[in-house]
Design a protein around this ligand. Structure first.
Ligand SMILES: [Zn+2]
Length: 411
């Protein structure tokens, strides 16, 4: 048998049949080279830090930044492999990598984590604040990601660097949102947990560490299908020095008109008994991350973010609604459907949108781009007080339609 060593590191069948010293040395060099090329020997341990740290899928960029895997807590262990374009490549588990902005990484002298961490017993129970809780006991603060699924409604959590030693999941009848919980060890160091939900809509969840345990809080649906008592946050886009888009004919600023639309919506929702909180009520600049942090403290059940669109081509016009998490699509569709009855062009229902206020999973949220400031017809309507009132009625009706469709609790 010929030695075809030029073809690959795994030289040869000949190694197995005719062992000799040269081939053994070559093979060792190859293996060493492979380990080096994976960068394992150069990896450094670090902890997450900063304001709302996020994990990205890759180093791609667009207007709103690269595609996000999701938020992650601070003081979580990550193994840093490499860097590019202001980002660090991190190892989530033996087979999975991701990227994080350098500002979210803090080098540490702490003793590196003992991995894989073993999961302990879990407890699922109802809460007093309208949220079910689930404690996932771990020995180290390892990275995780989560997402929503629909039909059936589920929350999935992947815990990286974790191995199951969970032989006991207590599920108390007090839980109102979580039907049951199970898991699969999808890789030697990836624990995938599925939270099966009782209700027919996603009402949001929060996930983060308390000490070394992951705590999942799942929102219960509201008790009624009415707007009365529903806590709704209204977010007027831009503000202060952040002026947003500009009307091409009139020169009006997006920040001024999003506030007028927001105030009209506040009035309309209050008229129907909703509890409305306004992200801004004046011409103030608020960073989008600060908006999210404030909203997470306030705990609304629904967030409606209002913006006005702009395109380079003046022909482009119409209304669009946006979501990131699939579980929040229904409200965005219901609002779009109502808005289209105003005779606006359909610009679309946009998913996986990379907008900071669509990123939280903590409450139902959607962005409404009411119309285009760059289209003469839309721009004229945007300036009419009548249109502000009409828009607020349609958004209110959209929220009501969403409540009607979705707030049916399964047994
Ligand atoms: Zn905007």
């Amino acid at each position: 048998m010929q030695n075809k060593s030029h073809q690959s590191c795994w030289i040869s069948d000949s190694f197995f049949f005719k062992p000799n010293k040269i081939i053994t040395i070559l093979l060792l060099v190859c293996i060493f080279g492979l380990i080096q090329s994976k960068g394992i020997s150069q990896a450094k341990w670090a902890l997450t830090t900063g304001k709302l740290p996020m994990i990205d899928y890759g180093i791609g960029e667009d207007r709103l930044g690269g595609a996000k895997m999701g938020f992650i807590d601070t003081a979580v262990w990550v193994q840093v492999l490499d860097s590019s374009k202001g980002m660090y490549k991190i190892q989530l588990s033996s087979q999975r990598q991701a990227w994080m902005a350098k500002s979210f990484i803090k080098w540490t002298d702490k003793k590196e984590p003992n991995l894989p961490t073993l999961s302990g017993s879990w407890t699922v129970k109802g809460g007093t604040q309208g949220r079910d809780s689930m404690w996932i006991r771990l020995d180290e603060r390892v990275p995780y990601r989560s997402w929503m699924e629909i039909q059936p409604n589920r929350i999935i959590i992947e815990v990286f660097g974790a191995q199951s030693n969970t032989n006991w999941i207590t599920q108390l009848s007090s839980s109102k949102a979580i039907a049951h919980v199970d898991y699969v060890q999808t890789a030697t160091d990836v624990l995938q947990i599925t939270i099966h939900l009782k209700h027919t809509a996603h009402w949001g969840y929060s996930l983060g560490y308390k000490g070394k345990s992951l705590l999942l809080l799942v929102n219960e649906p509201p008790a009624s299908k009415k707007l009365r008592g529903l806590k709704i946050a209204v977010d007027a886009g831009h503000g202060g020095s952040n002026t947003g888009a500009r009307g091409t004919q009139s020169g009006i600023l997006e920040k001024d008109y999003t506030l007028l639309f927001a105030k009209a919506l506040e009035k309309e929702l209050k008229r129907y008994g909703a509890e409305v909180i306004m992200v801004r009520s004046a011409d103030t600049a608020i960073d989008n991350k600060d908006r999210v942090l404030w909203l997470q403290q306030q705990g609304p059940q629904v967030l409606i973010s209002l913006h006005l669109n702009s395109a380079s081509r003046p022909q482009v016009k119409g209304v669009s609604t946006y979501y990131k998490h699939i579980g929040f699509r229904p409200i965005s569709q219901a609002i779009l459907k109502e808005m289209l009855t105003l005779g606006l062009n359909e610009f679309g229902n946009i998913g996986h949108f990379n907008f900071m206020l669509n990123a939280p999973t903590d409450f139902v949220n959607t962005l409404v781009e009411i119309a285009f400031l760059s289209n003469p017809e839309d721009e004229a309507r945007i300036q009419e007080a009548k249109f502000h009132k009409e828009t607020s009625v349609k958004i209110r009706k959209g929220i009501e339609q969403f409540l009607k469709q979705e707030v049916t609790t399964k047994k």
